[in-house]
Design a binder for this molecule. Structure first.
Ligand SMILES: [Ca+2]
Ligand SMILES: [Ca+2]
Ligand SMILES: [Ca+2]
Ligand SMILES: [Ca+2]
Length: 839
């Protein structure tokens, strides 16, 4: 009786919150999370790779354990986590998210891979033998709770391991599966389609593997990567899953779930699973459930953001923020326009009103953010994450500069190089610790609404925004470029207001900003920094300079040819800046109050550019600026070279190479045709592959081929070595390398390139598919804005890249599911190639 009354009250409270949230401001809505999950920072742990607290459980004697092999168990366990709670807590972490601890399929002979990661269940209600016992799990929960920390369990409801398949329409059982040929828990053990009684129970969807991820029907009801798809519409399955997972809440005291592969299960399932009297939420107060829906939105597009948010209407009270992760990667790591991030942050303002977003920069299923970049870039991304609303998650090993996605923290595990990595003195550990401390003392980082003031439409550079909540307003300045920037713009503060820098995440500026007449501020920001400013109570006296300056250029003017710009000033010296780059500074001494300079559009990329003039009078105090004036460069696209390539030559230099045997491989690596065009100093490289496939949902629109493209400017000295491809030229050298896959892209200069290492990353070119062509846009800024491409050569090669392992697919004598055959490991990793020569 009392309980149902309480429930009614809860119901009324929820209705009120829903009603109010339509009229409440953003920060009012977010402030409701106060004291709850929005105040927390999590740490994600892959149990097998974190710490080994009990070596006796490592080897279960079925050939499934081998720390030298990344596909097998390494020995980490639940007790190992207990031993390292102080290390985790020391970072300022409030809770951990662990990969599934449940009993798994240890080895799948069909794919030659192990279930050490926990996502291939054998029994949802039992702790895996490698990770310990139920008592160990309870001990972990207790140890965490004693330190006021939370425990989030990763759960899977879409599938178990891979115990059956349909091949060419024929049903097969995975009889060689280790340790058992089928799940051991009822009713999931009823997986034999050939047994009429089991077939009729319909515990599974009796369907083939997904081969098209854009088919909504396949996504829900087919087998994802061969993993046996549960019939999540069957009430018996729903009940068994609810019972299995309720067990961990009741028995162990788990505080929340992260739900794997949520978008492969129909949404109505989660209504039943979480809500209602028998639902998971009824078991524990303040329970959190966040879903994994790995979707990415294109720049300036929010359909995936909205799709993720739609799960708030189906049981989830929080969701993983995949679109923010992708955007941070594109902008901070990839050097793409900060305006992309500006758009995403403003989209999030709306979504955060509906539910909590769980934020991250990488996880166990993707290349680590820090892979291949200098630590200050990772720090910038983390600084951003830790000053934005949402619940941040730090993936284990980030604090120790890990680059390998699933490397081990403990010396006995795979990828550890025989060392323990629990170093509380590492700079990154302390960086994260300080950043979390800053977050906890500044409510605007947790409940602040983002208001973007300035962003960069051309590429990397400045992003300026405020974060405002009831208690405070912060002013954030980010520079994602590798060079210092200057900007002059209007803000919404009274003249004389001072903005004090209160935190520098990666060595920013310590100079306060004073708002000048008419609300203008000028920023000079070092490369790769993030600085937080706060409005100071004190007002500064303003000096009124008598300097004047103006130029004869209309805002928005089109420029199609060399153009001289004239100006008038009473200053001693004027300084011209293009596109907010301090390094572009051009100093001019005016004569008789006049000056002029030239704009050369051929040295600029097409599109919008900015020019800013600083004029200095008798002394520095007498400094004034023009407004930032925009002009638009318009140039025609010209074909520089085009070449047709033979069919069937995707066989390597030896003529013997064979594609991997997995069914998703077609003839993607056979290049049919290629061309290169220029628009001013920007190059557009187009490649036509024989087959364009999208078997694994690649955001760039193609998979199972990666292009390594080498560009030579004959006036520069580069290198003849092709990194990681077992090949070197002795009579030709390249200056830039483009790496392009369906998931990622990079441009490297030859500087620092060796046979084992890419050169220096300059950015991330835009890559997309159009009418069967893979197109790559190489900005002129990266190539030093050459006035002509005459005499340049481009060498195009194809191979395939494994994004999870972050390496080129290996070459061996025998082809395997994901291994290229017909060669030796030391032969060149080049399937097909061609040359583009520019006259
Ligand atoms: Ca162990
Ligand atoms: Ca499914
Ligand atoms: Ca299967
Ligand atoms: Ca070819």
């Amino acid at each position: 009786m009392a309980e149902s009354k309480q429930r009614n009250l809860v119901f009324i409270a929820i209705v009120l919150v829903v009603l109010l949230s339509s009229v409440l401001s953003f920060s009012d809505v977010l402030t409701q999370y106060k004291g709850g999950w929005a105040d927390k920072v999590l740490y994600m742990i892959m149990i097998d790779r974190f710490n080994d607290g009990d070596p006796s459980n490592n080897n279960q004697g079925k050939g499934e354990y081998d720390p030298r092999d990344g596909a097998k168990y390494s020995g980490g366990d639940l007790r190992g986590i207990v031993d390292k709670i102080d290390y985790i807590k020391g970072l300022g972490i409030d809770g951990i998210w662990i990969t599934p601890p449940v009993a798994n399929q240890w080895w799948d002979p069909w794919v030659n891979y192990g279930g050490y990661h926990g996502y291939w269940a054998r029994d949802f209600k039992k702790v895996d033998e490698h990770f310990g016992t139920l008592e160990d799990y309870k001990a972990l929960a207790n140890a965490l709770h004693k330190k006021d920390m939370k425990l989030i369990q990763d759960i899977v409801v879409n599938h178990v391991g891979n115990y059956f398949r349909f091949r060419n329409g024929k049903f097969e059982l995975n009889t060689g599966s280790v340790p058992t040929p089928a799940p051991t828990q009822y009713p999931f053990n009823l997986n034999n389609y050939n047994d009429q009684a089991q077939r009729d129970k319909a515990i599974y969807h009796w369907t083939p593997d997904i081969n098209n991820y854009s088919d909504a029907e396949q996504k829900l009801y087919y087998q994802m990567s061969g993993l046996d798809d549960l019939n999540t519409e069957n009430p018996e399955v729903i009940e068994a899953l609810r019972d299995s997972y309720a067990y961990w809440v009741k028995e162990v005291g788990v505080d929340g779930f992260r739900v794997d592969t949520a978008m492969y299960v129909q949404k109505a399932f989660f209504d039943e699973f979480f809500k209602g009297e028998k639902g998971i939420f009824a078991l524990k107060k303040d329970f959190i459930a966040f879903g994994e829906t790995w979707l990415s939105s294109k720049p300036y597009e929010n359909s995936s953001d909205m799709e993720i948010a739609s799960y708030f209407d189906h049981g989830f009270n929080s969701m993983l923020d995949f679109t923010l992760m992708e955007e941070i990667k594109r902008v901070v790591k990839g050097g793409q326009p900060t305006d992309f991030l500006a758009y995403r942050l403003q989209t999030r303002n709306e979504i955060l009103k509906k539910g909590l977003l769980v934020t991250f920069i990488d996880n166990h299923d993707m290349e680590r953010f820090g892979k291949g970049v200098t630590p200050n870039i990772t720090m910038q991304a983390l600084g951003l994450l830790l000053t934005l609303p949402g619940m941040p998650v730090i993936y284990y090993g980030t604090e120790q500069y890990f680059e390998e996605t699933r490397a081990s923290m403990f010396k006995g595990g795979w990828g550890s190089f025989g060392e323990n990595h629990f170093n509380e003195k590492s700079d990154m550990y302390n960086f994260i610790k300080d950043a979390i401390e800053f977050r906890k003392s500044h409510p605007a980082t947790r409940y602040g609404e983002v208001n973007v003031i300035l962003s960069e439409k051309r590429g990397s550079g400045l992003l300026v925004y405020t974060l405002k909540c009831a208690e405070e307003e912060l002013f954030i300045v980010l520079n994602t470029a590798n060079d210092p920037r200057i900007a002059n713009f209007k803000v919404n503060y009274e003249p004389g207001t001072t903005l004090e820098p209160i935190y520098n995440f990666v060595g920013g500026t310590s100079t306060p900003i004073v708002v000048r007449d008419e609300g203008y501020v000028t920023l000079r920001i070092p490369s790769r920094t993030l600085t937080v400013f706060k409005v100071s109570e004190e007002k500064s006296e303003l000096f009124k300079p008598s300097t004047t300056v103006s130029i004869a250029l209309e805002d928005g003017e089109k420029i199609t040819a060399l153009k001289e710009i004239s100006g008038i000033t009473n200053a001693r010296a004027v300084y011209v800046y293009f596109n907010r780059k301090i390094e572009s500074e051009l100093k001019i001494e005016p004569k008789d109050g006049k000056f002029s300079f030239t704009i050369d559009p051929f040295k600029l990329d097409p599109g919008e550019h900015i020019v800013l003039i600083r004029a200095v009078g008798r002394n520095v105090k007498e400094t004034v600026y023009t407004d930032e004036i925009r002009f638009v460069v318009e140039l025609e696209k010209k074909v520089l070279s085009e070449v047709k390539d033979p069919l069937d030559d995707d066989i390597g230099f030896t003529g013997t190479y064979l594609y991997p045997t997995d069914a998703t491989f077609k003839r993607q690596m056979d290049i049919v045709e290629a061309k290169v065009e220029n628009i001013g100093s920007t190059l557009v490289i187009s490649i036509k592959p024989r087959d364009v496939t999208k078997s694994w949902r690649p955001p760039n629109g193609f998979d199972h081929v990666t292009y390594q493209i080498f560009i030579d400017d004959p006036n520069r000295e580069g290198t003849g070595v092709l990194p990681l491809q077992n090949y070197a030229f002795d009579n030709w050298d390249w200056d830039w390398e483009i790496f392009a896959t369906g998931w990622s892209s990079a441009i490297y200069s030859a500087q620092g390139a060796t046979k084992d290492k890419f050169g220096t990353q300059l950015g991330s070119p835009e890559v997309f598919v159009e009418d069967g062509w893979v197109k790559i846009i190489v900005k002129g800024d990266w190539l030093g804005n050459p006035a002509s491409f005459s005499g340049w050569t481009i060498y195009v090669t194809s191979w395939d890249y494994d994004g999870i392992e972050s390496k080129f697919r290996p070459l061996q004598q025998e082809p395997k599911a994901y291994i290229i055959g017909g060669g030796n490991p030391t032969d060149p990793l080049i399937m097909d190639d061609l040359w583009l020569e520019i006259k």
